[in-house]
Ligand binder design. Structure first.
Ligand code: FRU
Length: 536
């Protein structure tokens, strides 16, 4: 349907057609970033799941390859579900994935490249001894999936974890292996949290507390913290938490129980699910991929013939200032798509003002903005009546408070009959300190009626001396936004009908009643990436 082709993205990864979900088995191998993904070759809805496969040299331009793994065995007849890759020191490449069997049991399986000298890793072999792991005693056969990348203990044995649940308690089981063919279930669980339900796509990896480098998955010891991430099947969000891994006790413990996985901090306060990280040994960084589903109707997906994109891969680091948050930032390579940028410096946005920023077309853009709220106004403001401000229950961009909302409107047509806001809202607490929220308001994002128009976001830590800052990647029907250097992020899917191509504009706005803000914005129109079919 041509009417909807403008919703396709210019620089986000997507297959040429059909349904995509989770990122699978990302790795860097012999000069190529490999990306696999849950894919339905037969339609734009979930089903008949295989592993799609693509490669890139830079995370920007991609070549699609033939599907890597298809359901052709009894143990994966219902789908080749999510899994991860592990690079072994001797050069072997291991993939572990969940097969949904002929009886819909979730069984873990081993696959490896048919030819290690092929940098494209086009052909894959399933281990004849599959399945290698079945559900532990007492675990329902449909609650046991998505094996992680393996990490190596100081004893030289490999471990993986697999998500599950028992009753309403989400849990992660750990298995130990020496050869990836036979496994031993370790006693206890790596971690479990009551009330969180099924844990999908568990991720478990080290972060450095004192360097700017990512860490290989097996790194442990001094100066290392371990992050656990779970994808909650019940609420479709990815939660992470920073904590300590005790390799002998086989347990991971969150630093702060209030930030435990499943109840605490999210990677993203919009649409972002079933994410997975890997260690990029080429550049010494950890990279996060997340599945960004549609928030229009299934009917529209079928009409347009595709569903879902992937996030721009994000570099992931521990935020050493808060110790609780991770910093997520689009990989630097994406900046190679920036065209001539335009600066708007020190623009005073009075309370109640909306200011158009003069750039021709912004359906593909990279926007960086900084805000300073008038200090005298902040001092003068009374304690906010609604100390418990919450983006989701707020009135969004149009509900005026003393110190917010203010920020940026993207995918807005010139008359602003459509607009999507990314904004800050500051409350003064009874102790006199400030609390800042970072929100998006999609209520006016589209004239279409069958799309999600929620308002959402989260509290974002703002430390002494920091300016408020945001970065926004706009790409037709996806907006990825990052506040305070990536401490809090919000991804949304929006479907404007008028704010498209050259009618997609950007505005500054300030709907605070009591304060002007000083804004500096830089906008780069973005080139398109080349995402091509292969000759295979
Ligand atoms: C998460 C998930 C995984 C599963 C896969 C199936 O979105 O449900 O748990 O392996 O998708 O496509």
């Amino acid at each position: 349907n041509n009417m909807l082709t403008w919703q396709r993205t210019g620089f986000h990864f997507q297959p040429e057609k059909n349904w995509m979900n989770d990122p699978n088995g990302p790795m860097y191998y012999k000069g190529f970033y490999h990306f696999f993904y849950q894919y339905n070759p037969n339609g734009a809805v979930w089903g008949d799941i295989v592993w799609g496969h693509a490669v890139s040299k830079d995370f920007v331009h991609w070549t699609h390859l033939p599907v890597a793994l298809v359901p052709d065995q009894w143990y994966d007849q219902n789908g080749v579900w999510s899994g991860s890759a592990t690079l072994l020191p001797d050069g072997q490449v291991i993939i572990l994935y969940t097969g949904s069997s002929n009886e819909s049991a979730q069984l873990q399986n081993l696959a490896y490249p048919a030819n290690l000298s092929d940098p494209l890793l086009v052909d894959w072999v399933k281990y004849p001894g599959n399945p290698i792991i079945g559900p532990p005693k007492g675990i329902y056969k449909k609650d046991f999936r998505d094996p992680t990348t393996a990490w190596r203990t100081s004893e030289g044995k490999w471990r993986i974890t697999v998500g599950s649940k028992a009753g309403r308690t989400g849990a992660a089981f750990v298995y130990e292996t020496e050869d990836f063919k036979t496994y031993r279930l370790l006693p206890g669980v790596l971690h479990a949290v009551p009330g969180t339900g099924m844990w999908e796509c568990v991720d478990f990896f080290p972060v450095s507390i004192n360097s700017k480098n990512g860490l290989d998955t097996s790194t442990n010891g001094k100066g290392v913290k371990h992050v656990m991430k779970v994808s909650l099947d019940d609420d479709r969000h990815d939660y992470y938490s920073v904590g300590t891994y005790d390799v002998i006790a086989n347990t991971w413990t969150p630093d702060n129980p209030q930030n435990d996985v499943g109840i605490g901090i999210r990677y993203d306060y919009g649409v972002f699910y079933a994410s997975k990280t890997f260690y990029d040994q080429k550049k010494g960084r950890r990279i996060l991929w997340g599945w960004i589903s549609e928030s229009d109707s299934e009917k529209s997906d079928v009409l347009k013939g595709w569903a879902s994109v992937q996030s721009i891969p994000r570099t992931l680091l521990l935020d050493q200032k808060t110790g609780t948050h991770l910093l997520q930032w689009p990989v630097e390579e994406i900046e190679s798509l920036r065209l001539d940028g335009k600066d708007f410096n020190n623009i005073k946005v009075e309370a109640g003002a909306v200011i158009p920023l003069d750039v021709e077309s912004s359906s593909q853009a990279d926007v960086v903005a900084e805000f300073e709220v008038d200090k005298a106004a902040v001092e003068a403001v009374e304690v906010s009546p609604n100390e418990e401000f919450n983006c989701a229950s707020s009135g969004g961009a149009s509900q005026r408070g003393s110190l917010g909302p203010f920020g940026i409107l993207v995918l807005a047509d010139p008359s602003r009959s459509e607009q999507t806001s990314l904004h800050f809202y500051i409350s003064k607490t009874s102790s006199g300190s400030l609390k800042t929220s970072f929100c998006t308001d999609q209520s006016r994002s589209s004239q279409a009626s069958d799309v999600n128009k929620q308002i959402y976001g989260s509290f974002v830590p703002v430390l002494q001396g920091e300016k408020l800052s945001m970065r926004i990647l706009v790409d037709h029907s996806i907006v990825e936004a990052f506040a305070q250097g990536g401490r809090t992020s919000i991804t949304s899917r929006v479907y404007p009908t008028r704010a498209i191509y050259h009618n997609a504009r950007i505005f500054l706005f300030n709907n605070a009643t009591d304060a002007s803000v000083l804004a500096s914005v830089k906008i780069w129109p973005m080139n398109s990436a080349s995402i091509q079919a292969s000759s295979h």
